[in-house]
Design a binder for this molecule. Structure first.
Ligand code: GDP
Length: 195
């Protein structure tokens, strides 16, 4: 099923600020440069809707995109960018944590992991945080076009084992080839239906 037209409806810039939507929300998060903006654009079928950053770690706002009048895709700032100044990091961590722990409309979270690397310390921290909140989480390995079929399979199995992810909660995607984006869209809609 197609997700429908996507429209930017607003941003949250301060911890505690109310989300600019009444629709159920699916948040998407990952470390800087994981390929989040590219995947959002591929998923929503619109180039340039989410900005593909040249300088990772710059976005410090939470962006809301209403999709097909049914749900809101929430683009959280990328975490774990080592070069970001301490005061910038201190601003966005409370922003992310506040949104995730207080938004009543949050139906689930998509955690992105770069398929070329194992999970980082920051990925594990985020995972622990999400687990504590008991939010339904879908895991996505990004940029799989960069891996051979064999490596891809091995990385999927390794990730599932390492992070104890059930089989149906791990997907592999490529914003370049479009692979996996339809499955991701279907999973997102299923999570919205369930909420
Ligand atoms: P963000 O910081 O997580 O939003 O990541 P971006 O979407 O800005 O992507 C970071 C870099 O990875 C850019 O140079 C993208 O062109 C590249 N990239 C993103 N997705 C893919 C993908 O699926 N395949 C490949 N080969 N490169 C990608």
């Amino acid at each position: 099923m197609r997700l429908g037209e996507a429209e930017f409806v607003g941003a949250v810039r301060e911890p505690g600020q109310a989300p600019p939507t009444r629709l159920p929300q699916i948040a998407i998060i990952g470390r800087s440069n994981v390929g989040k903006s590219s995947l959002i654009n591929a998923l929503l079928g619109r180039k340039g809707l989410a900005r593909v950053s040249r300088t990772p770690g710059r976005t410090q706002e939470i962006h809301f995109y209403e999709v097909g009048g049914r749900f809101c895709l929430v683009d959280l700032p990328g975490y774990g960018f080592a070069k970001a100044p301490a005061e910038v990091r201190q601003r966005w961590e409370p922003l992310i944590q506040s949104y995730l722990s207080t938004s009543r409309g949050l139906a689930g979270v998509i955690l992105l992991l770069d398929s070329r690397h194992g999970p980082s310390k920051d990925d594990r921290r985020m995972l622990d945080f999400l687990a504590r909140l008991e939010l339904p989480t879908l895991f996505v390995l990004t940029k799989v076009d960069k891996l051979s079929r064999g490596k891809r399979k091995a990385r999927m199995e390794e990730t599932r084992e390492l992070l104890e992810i059930p089989e149906d909660q791990l997907l592999a995607t490529s914003a370049v080839s479009g692979e996996g984006t339809k499955s991701l869209g279907d999973s997102v809609l299923a999570a919205v239906e369930e909420a």
